[in-house]
Design a protein. Sequence first.
Length: 737
Amino acid sequence: MQKTGRLSKIIFNNRENGYTVAVFDTEDGAIRIAGSFNEPKEGGQYKLEGSFTIHRKYGEQFSVTSYEELLPEGVEAIYEFLAAGNIRGIGPKTAQLITEAFGEDSLRIIEEEPEKLLSIKGIGPSSMSKIAESYGESRDFARISLELKELGVEMSHAVKIFKLYGKESVNIVKENPYTLVEDVYGITFQKADAIAEKIGYDADSEFRIESGIKYVLKTWAIGGSTLMPQETLVEQVIRLLDTQTEKVEDSIRTMAFNGEIQTDIIDDAPVVYLYGYYYAEQRIASNLRRILYANRAAIPAVIDNLINDAEMQLAREFGDVSLSDEQRSAVRGALLGNVSVITGGPGTGKTTIINVLVNIFKRLDYEVALAAPTGRAAKRMEEASGKPAQTIHRLLEYVYSEDMDEMSFGRNEERPLEYDAIIVDEASMIDIMLMDGLLAAIKDGTILIMTGDADQLPSVGAGNVLKDIIDSEYVYTARLKEIFRQAQGSRIVTNAHMINNGEYPEFGGKESDFFVITRANEDDIVSEIKGLVDGRLAEHYDFVNDASDIQILTPTKRGVLGAPSMNSILQEVINPANKSLSELKIGSRTFREGDKVMQLRNNYTAEWQDADSLMQGEGIFNGDMGTVESIDTENRTMLVRADNRLIRYEGEMFEEIDLAYAITVHKSQGSEFPVVILPMWQYPPMLMTRNLLYTAVTRGKKLVIIIGNPKYMQWMIDNNRADGRYTGLKYRLNEMI
């Protein structure tokens, strides 16, 4: 459907991605429009393509899929266009002088003979150049967007391409459409391939094959692997591109020679890396060796005496604190060596060990840093120890360069961290790139202690860092197995260990904190969950204030029991539509004031403000959870409170956030919730694993409820298939032994 008219008012415009909401005057009356524009102009004439959709609050609006900017006709229309401030250097007074001098020829003069503008009072060489450049950009985009449209490029992507490449947009896309995959967020390999096909690109082009190789490697990296067996890579690229083995192998050799990828031999098999992951593994191994063998001052006291004194002081502060032989050995090992790992399941005393170590370091007058991969994990660490803790990103003083479109750390080998000891909790969540940054910033002589549960799911990002370090036996590792008396009374803890050992859990009993509720199908599971969150649990447990204390964890994003589906269902139970609550529809999702939400990926430039101190900062991270504080429907923005930080979401940022009444088990890593509910059904085989179930169960602090068919729970326990990640860090470390 087409609509022609005048853009009379811009309500909202995101300069980064062009998303715009505006009032558009047509011969049939004014309508509300929404879509992507490159520098929309009030008073500008446009021909729009799109369709009408229904907005929950504003009713009918026209969703723009593409547009053509039309030149205004007639002196009056030209004056209105120029006077609206759409061209840099022209305001109402200058617009009047230009139209009086040149009449209907004004726009042609600006475009083709701008030097004639020098005859206008107030326009000098500098302002003439500015006017010509500004108008030229507008006309360039009008032409380029039409050409890109013919190549199959959507308007939202055309805006981003033009902002990046300018006048050369079409030439660059035609020369190598696969550069879009690297340069333009949102353009996938498949989209670039479709553009290439429209251009008539050679299916065996080296650009296409090289992009296909990167795409397959990146897909594996998203799945957690830092490397890929070369034979498997070749097979998958052939399947993706329908090309020949020799051509793929030739491209691999060329790309390796150019430093885009790295080939290697691990366990007598050829493997291929994206170069960044290869370099990170090499640096991690090298820096671990450096830190491990660095000289440091001897501890000026008898270690056993330090442990005894710390134990007595903590007992005075927290009550019964009595270290087991296993814990004492772990503390002693951490103090004697430069690098150590302390790993164990729930209830094995990792937190007590951290507290003892912090106490000892304080007695020694050591500067100590406590850190964790996520904000929630750092907050838990701080609450348990009573000492300040921070995310690893903040410890490393991360910075983001918009020009380079990449993150870097202010703390590195040139400006290392000034601590005597660093304790990192939840180390199983640290991916290969973050560990690379952390180790590079640790100076010689610093004690590094990593704690975590190696049997949980590995990091969301690529790598299996903690497990590789433990399995390499390169550094001292204390494995905690004893469950302490206070934890033995918890079925959550004992069942978690039973699951991890391949045993079926015990459940039931009035005072239990672990239940399995059998239901025969997915609809019955959903119905049971709705009933539990809608007040039943709050009635029976004093630690459940409302639904915010209950977290649904699901293995999958797909199907009725997947996170998106469950979120839609639970939103209507927990926070239903209400005239007093503003809401915003983003695609198929609706956000409402009071909704529980989660950040889906790292955004290093997102601005936040502390709700109390008004201190400002930048950066929100994958897994951060919060609540929708308020919604501005007119400007389509949303204010979210996450750990007392206020973050304003708008435009493209909405792609980074989702409802969080239900989240995947992977997204729950590093978090704990008063109540965890796990829907149990037959999921894809790759998700029916023991460590996924173990991770889910260990997220519950006071109550875990599994709802569904117990036989599927037993399948998961029986399936001890390790996460199918391909990594090389263990091999790198073994090479140095």
